[in-house]
Design a protein around this ligand. Sequence first.
Ligand code: GAR
Length: 210
Amino acid sequence: MLKIVVCVSGGGTNLQAIMDAIDSGKITNTQILAVISNNPGVKALERAEKYGVPGICMSPKSYPDRAAFNEAFTAKMCELAPDLVVLAGFLVKIPEQMVAKFSGRIVNIHPSLIPSFCGVGYYGLKVHEKALQRGVKVTGATVHFVNEGMDEGPIIAQKAVMVEDDDTPETLQRRVMEQAEWILLPQAIDDVANGRLTIVDGHVRRNAKD
Ligand code: GAR
């Protein structure tokens, strides 16, 4: 059984997609140990409570500085000891010491086709604002393993989504979630839970079927 901790910052629709996929059997062999939010009072924590998993709030603002937060956050993760950390709309940079301790065991969903519209400053709605400003006709989402860089780890899967002429950042965000994110992230968790993925020379390979 793959034990996961899901990290969130806001609405938690990706968290909901994971919980729904576990319930419907699209994700198998997986148990959510806890949900960690860096923001108090968010909808994602309500979703966790409704689902019956512990919701933990750890805000960087409650610590004297970022180093103290990073230490406490990493210590909490080590205490929970998940097999996989899932960043489902978590808008905080993962501390280097956590990446080292959970090497190859952290996945993130990003709302663009990496390497477009990613890196520092590209998160949430801002990604879609930038995509519309640039006038791209196709965007999408990417699920990837997390390394020390920002949105730079090995890519697990990507899905393209068409941009429409009358899109606003909000309509585009919704379409990318519906057509890509809520499908890709549960699939990637199921792939990890069932041992389908291997990282070879920094690239994700899908294991050959028996
Ligand atoms: C999602 O679109 C997710 O891809 C994005 O934040 C949103 C969270 O929505 N994540 C990033 O931008 C990470 N760089 P949700 O809370 O409803 O899942």
